[in-house]
Write a protein that binds this ligand. Structure first.
Ligand SMILES: Nc1nc2c(ncn2[C@@H]2O[C@H](COP(=O)(O)OP(=O)(O)O)[C@@H](O)[C@H]2O)c(=O)[nH]1
Ligand SMILES: [Mg+2]
Length: 331
């Protein structure tokens, strides 16, 4: 599948690792609630999500891609943009999503802003650009994304969509390149279950990383490599893509900025085919929400706890099977 992205840029970059992990390997066994043990903040359970983490939407739009011919739905991509007070950045992030090339490749594209109860104009700006808004309950990026996934993955009105949905998540602060979404999609379509965007393998704009952030990221990524044995270079990256059928077996409990470490640990735990792609990293628009040292400790703790408490294979077997999503997509 060709998306017509800047190939010259991609070719100059160092080759990324793509390793099929061989940790405990119940490859996509029964379904595990994504709001597993440890999830303490829950949205009110009136939204009907089977994980109990969702609540009604305040605004939902149709796909940004083309209408499917004759009722046959094309494959679909959900772009998740976690945002807390990002009115200055979120509009341009949405506009930069390459809708046309994704549409030409046969996808319906749904853009969802996961709003952490912003008090600025974030929801209005996003809605004006055609995005749907999911307002989380409680605080924290991890809480918001888990609640939104709970909702989206159990939205029965979309069960007729053929094949598993693809999810791409990136920060709404203008630091990650929406233009690279097709590369992530292409990697998922060629057999990866999870794709992580590595800033350290890509081009970093001057000033985008403080030296403390860069050092912290390198230390945490080294720790993640040591614990899980996968050569990840950027475990704190805010740009990820997942196949829905892989995501359904993750056990996520992160409430805050430990979300990415939790995703990485989950991918390792279920033996997902994980790949890193280089991404460009730009200076942030607006103010950072993250407090570096405290967040670093939280991430290290999450990685350690996930490694020390791997999910028991029997737990997988006992878990109720709910939605089954096929892996093969041939249209
Ligand atoms: N939904 C939601 N998003 C959040 C929350 N806190 C931060 N974010 C978003 O998460 C992304 C990463 O936050 P940021 O402050 O840029 O942290 P950094 O990129 O890791 O330095 C940004 O798009 C934020 O707007 C929250 O409590 N809820
Ligand atoms: Mg940021």
């Amino acid at each position: 599948m060709a998306f017509g992205i800047a190939k010259g840029v991609k070719d100059r970059r160092p080759k990324s690792p793509s390793i099929r992990l061989r940790l405990r390997r119940p490859r996509f066994g029964p379904h595990i609630p994504i709001t597993g043990p440890g999830a303490s903040l829950r949205a009110s359970p009136d939204g009907g999500g089977i994980f109990g983490g969702s609540r009604p939407l305040i605004d939902e739009r149709g796909p940004g891609g083309h209408p499917a011919p004759q009722g046959v739905r094309t494959r679909s991509i959900v772009v998740l943009l976690p945002a807390l007070n990002e009115e200055m950045a979120v509009g341009s992030v949405i506009e930069r999503i390459p809708m046309e090339s994704l549409k030409r490749a046969g996808y319906d594209v749904y853009v969802w802003v996961v709003d952490g109860q912003s008090v600025d104009g974030t929801p209005e700006v996003a809605r004006d650009r055609g995005a749907s808004i999911y307002v989380q309950s409680g605080a924290g990026k991890g809480n918001g994304v888990r609640q939104a996934l709970d909702h989206l993955m159990n939205d029965r009105s979309r069960q007729h969509i053929r094949g598993p949905r693809l999810y791409v998540m990136l920060d709404a602060d203008g630091t990650y390149p929406p233009e690279q979404i097709p590369e992530f999609v292409e990697a998922l379509e060629s057999g990866c279950d999870v794709v992580a965007g590595s800033r350290l393998r890509g081009r970093v704009e001057d000033g985008a990383f403080t030296s403390l952030n860069r050092l912290g990221n390198e230390v945490l990524s080294g720790f993640a490599r040591f614990l899980f044995g996968f050569p990840i270079s950027d475990v704190c990256t805010g740009m990820w893509a997942f196949r829905e059928d892989a995501l359904q077996h993750f056990r996520l409990a992160a409430e805050s900025f430990d979300l990415e470490a939790d995703i990485f640990a989950s991918a390792c735990e279920v033996g997902a085919h994980l790949k890193e792609l280089p991404v460009d990293y730009a200076c942030r628009i607006g103010e950072a929400k993250l407090i570096p040292l405290r967040t670093g400790l939280l991430i290290a703790w999450r990685l350690l706890m996930r490694r020390l408490n791997p999910r028991d294979i029997r737990e997988l077997q006992r878990s109720p099977v709910t939605t089954q999503v096929g892996r093969a997509v041939d249209q």
